[in-house]
Design a protein around this ligand. Structure first.
Ligand SMILES: [Zn+2]
Length: 368
């Protein structure tokens, strides 16, 4: 640690990143595929994805077939450690005594805010983020960023700089970083790169200047199953990823960008990835915009949209049926009716099982 401290923070991140990401995404894919060929029939354990209720922030826990773990974002600070409690409870339920990687998509308080509380509740192996806070003029963002820096300084966890095209080394599947700090993958992912017919009908938006556009986004491929989670990546960046060619390819699972707020979720992106199942991490009064909801619901291959919350803005016309909603009322309900999650079990043949912890019911979507 003493040696590291002498490096500039940026230099330290890069040094660790180079060490860590020695393997390219393509090489990682090849290694993962050869493993899959050997074990696909006998093992076929699912990739398990818990989309946690952090009241309009993001926190998504991925547990791989070999029991490694990646948490994308940590929800909000404060509220008595509510979000960190919810994460730690589900991590324990998933059989984890630590989290291998915590990826902070960007430094807004609904994503990075939970880090100090979570750090007190469970051991974290490494943090992945896009580098420096690009919105220091926003007081809440700067506060969340500084609290995160304090945890990094105090803990022995590694810090890894996210770079588009690099892989997060999780065994048995390929996790490729497709966006970070405003940069995007230069080349299409393997199998992608077809012209996107939805570009023409998709309006353009001006470039976003906030941390949202800096979001670190990932695509996971487990056998045939493909999942995308872009954090709060904005409309303008989506258009660059998806037009004129679709650099991401089609998806089975879409972790809905930006809580379903209309600053993200362009037709070029949503129709181009054509998810079979979409999970929206909205709060009662955050995200879940009617226009965004419409785009997802009308996307070409969608079987179901699931929502973490009933959306007040959506009203009767822009909410899915109750069985597909994890939380029907507002935040911090004293009757314990809040904080339910949605869990996706994703299999390498494309089979998906989606479970709502409120109803304790699940729905199965067959292999492709
Ligand atoms: Zn957000």
């Amino acid at each position: 640690m003493d040696g590291n401290r002498r490096l500039t923070p940026r230099g330290m991140i890069t040094a660790v990143a180079l060490l860590f990401f020695g393997m390219s995404a393509a090489a990682h894919a090849q290694a993962a595929n050869s493993k899959l060929r050997k074990h696909a029939v006998s093992l076929a354990k699912p990739l398990t994805v818990y989309v946690l209720d952090v009241e309009g922030g993001q926190s998504t826990l991925f547990v791989t077939p070999s029991h490694q773990s990646l948490l994308v974002d940590t929800g909000w600070a404060d509220n008595g450690g509510r979000d960190a409690d919810r994460i730690a409870t589900v991590a324990k339920k998933a059989g984890l005594d630590h989290i291998d990687y915590v990826l902070i998509t960007h430094f807004h308080e609904d994503h990075v805010g939970g880090v100090p509380n979570l750090n007190q509740r469970i051991h974290i192996g490494a943090y992945i983020d896009h580098g420096v806070n690009r919105e220091p003029q926003d007081a809440a963002t700067q506060k969340g960023w500084e609290a995160y820096q304090a945890v990094l300084a105090q803990t022995k966890a590694k810090r890894i700089l996210a770079q588009p095209g690099e892989a997060i080394p999780l065994d048995g599947l390929t996790t490729t970083i497709v966006s970070a700090d405003g940069n995007l993958i230069a080349n299409p992912l393997p199998g992608a790169g077809q012209p996107n017919p939805y570009c023409q009908s998709s309006p353009t938006h001006p470039a976003d200047q906030t941390e949202n556009a800096r979001s670190t986004g990932i695509v996971m491929q487990y056998g045939k199953m493909r999942l995308v989670d872009l954090g709060d990546l904005t409309w303008d960046k989506e258009m660059q990823l998806m037009c004129p060619v679709n650099k991401l390819g089609m998806m089975d699972v879409y972790i809905v960008s930006h809580h379903g707020w209309d600053h993200s979720g362009s037709p070029a992106f949503v129709d181009g990835i054509a998810p079979r199942v979409a999970i929206m991490d909205n709060g009662e009064t955050k995200g879940g915009s009617p226009s965004t909801w419409d785009i997802i619901e009308k996307s070409p291959r969608l079987k179901n949209l699931w929502q973490l919350h009933y959306s007040a803005e959506g009203g009767v016309k822009h909410n899915v049926a109750a069985p597909y909603i994890a939380n029907l009322k507002g935040a911090n309900m004293k009757d314990g009716s809040d904080g339910n999650y949605i869990r996706v079990s994703a299999y390498p043949d494309g089979k998906l099982v989606v479970y709502n912890s409120r109803t304790q019911q699940s729905k199965t979507y067959p292999a492709r």
